[in-house]
Design a protein around this ligand. Structure first.
Ligand SMILES: Nc1nc2c(ncn2[C@@H]2O[C@H](COP(=O)(O)OP(=O)(O)OP(=O)(O)O)[C@@H](O)[C@H]2O)c(=O)[nH]1
Ligand SMILES: C[S@@+](CC[C@H](N)C(=O)[O-])C[C@H]1O[C@@H](n2cnc3c(N)ncnc32)[C@H](O)[C@@H]1O
Ligand code: SF4
Ligand code: SF4
Length: 392
């Protein structure tokens, strides 16, 4: 597993301030802001807890569940669980400014229900769970959830996708509990623009979170950047420069349509356009091999420590190798990010369905999964949840 490999062996060299002084490609104001934000000199990397996984990587070889295999032969070994519908930011590309209709608390999955479902999926062959949201790190028991997941035999990777605001504070405990991999969302290196895009303050906290993840030895630390025309496409080269001396994987994401995010084609910057921009500055950019199921196409500037990637859901979808299922915070199984067929696992759990019955229901839902999403323009017209209620 990439993430399981990635958690070992991070080497840090020199203070971040010094790193950022080199290799930034655009004007001084952005660079100064980066330098102000990344002032801490990280301590030496520490080894992450990985003994449990070392064992399973070699010993766990159960046949893959027929229930989690769809009609196109795709094996779903990666489960994304949304821990909350709430968030401490209000990103323009994810949710409407006025917020979203929240589900009453009694209808959200309890911690026990989350663990029960996770255990069931792991038993059937899921070996990677990503916690998402909303903002997963505002759930008060997130550390406990990671600790309980860590005990699940067969689960090799526990990952989180976070906006980074609470990360520096929580990461030591999350790491102790068994968190293997971290993806942090950051769409701009300009503090004022950050406030505009996410409609809240917090830029420096996110940078602190990225520094803390590097300091604690996560490698790579993935940085998710949704690229939108007129907002941040002028910062691509600055983001690439961040990978020069740090173990970061900066992932440029094509802007995707969801309910309430005012997507339009003109605001989307395609993979090809982004790649051309980066290649003009670094013509010797190398393409890297990727896992077949990866959402991202990876590249590297020779001699840079980190790498960059592109998540091309719109212009070059990767549905053929999809291995992902989702559980929403209100307990629905969603078999495709861009499909609106859902089944309530919560209701079945609460009405006392047996494990066999639940597995059957999950299998039927997986059987309904389409070969691929319906295409950029069709999905921009379809009824779906706002992204904040899905979790990415
Ligand atoms: N179309 C599509 N996009 C996805 C899928 N999974 C994740 N993404 C998008 O990829 C971007 C990054 O998501 P992350 O939460 O970091 O998850 P990931 O890309 O699976 O991360 P890794 O496990 O580290 O590769 C977000 O914009 C997600 O919405 C998927 O199954 N289909
Ligand atoms: C919905 S967020 C939830 C996790 C966490 N709050 C965060 O922001 O990282 C998961 C991922 O989806 C991405 N995302 C949200 N809306 C998107 C959109 N319209 N297009 C592409 N990616 C999007 C975010 O940038 C983030 O990396
Ligand atoms: S992308 Fe993440 S941080 Fe931003 S509003 Fe959505 S859930 Fe919150
Ligand atoms: S759009 Fe649906 S089928 Fe395609 S990769 Fe994403 S979740 Fe999988």
């Amino acid at each position: 597993m990439a993430a399981a490999q990635g958690v070992r062996g991070c080497l840090l060299r020199g203070p971040l301030r010094a790193r950022l002084g080199r290799g930034c490609s655009s004007g001084a104001p952005v660079r100064q802001q980066q330098q102000q934000a990344l002032v801490a000199a990280p301590a030496p990397a520490q080894e992450l807890p990985s003994t449990r996984r070392k064992g399973f990587l070699t010993e766990h070889a159960a046949p893959f569940s027929a229930f989690l295999t769809d009609n196109f032969g795709r094996q779903h070994n990666y489960l994304r669980i949304s821990l909350t519908e709430k968030c401490n930011l209000r990103c323009q590309y994810c949710m409407p400014e006025e917020g979203v209709q929240l589900t009453p608390k009694s209808e959200l999955l309890t911690t026990q229900e989350i663990i029960t479902l996770a255990r069931l999926f792991v038993k059937e062959g899921v070996d990677k769970i990503r916690l998402t949201g909303g903002e997963p790190l505002i759930r008060p028991d997130v550390v406990d959830i990671v600790a309980q997941l860590y005990k699940l035999e067969g689960l090799q990777t526990i990952a989180v996708t976070t906006n980074g605001i609470n990360l520096a504070r929580l990461l030591p405990r999350l790491k102790e509990a068994g968190l293997d991999a971290i993806n942090i969302s950051l769409d701009t290196l300009v503090p004022a623009k950050f406030e505009f895009i996410v409609r809240r303050k917090g830029f420096h906290k996110v940078m602190e979170g990225i520094n803390k993840a590097v300091e604690l030895g996560y490698n790579p630390v993935k940085v998710n950047c949704v690229v939108m025309r007129g907002l941040n496409e002028d910062e691509l080269l600055d983001f690439v420069a961040l990978t020069k001396n740090q173990p970061l994987d900066v992932r440029f994401i094509e802007y995707m349509p969801f309910d309430g995010n005012k997507w339009n084609f003109k605001k989307m910057v395609s993979y090809k356009e982004m790649l051309d921009t980066v290649r003009q500055r670094w013509p010797d950019l190398e393409k890297l091999p990727c896992e077949a199921s990866s959402t991202a196409k990876a590249y590297k500037v020779p001699d840079f420590q980190g790498q960059i990637s592109f998540i091309t859901s719109m212009s070059e979808h990767f549905c053929g190798s999809c291995n992902r299922l989702r559980i929403t915070a209100d307990g629905n199984l969603k078999v495709c990010l861009f499909g609106n067929s859902e089944v309530s696992l919560r209701d079945h759990l609460r009405s006392g369905a047996s494990e066999d019955k639940l597995v059957q229901i999950i299998g039927e839902a997986v059987g309904r999964k389409k070969k691929q999403h319906a295409g950029m323009f069709n999905i921009s017209q379809m009824k779906n949840r706002p992204m904040i209620l899905i979790g990415g």
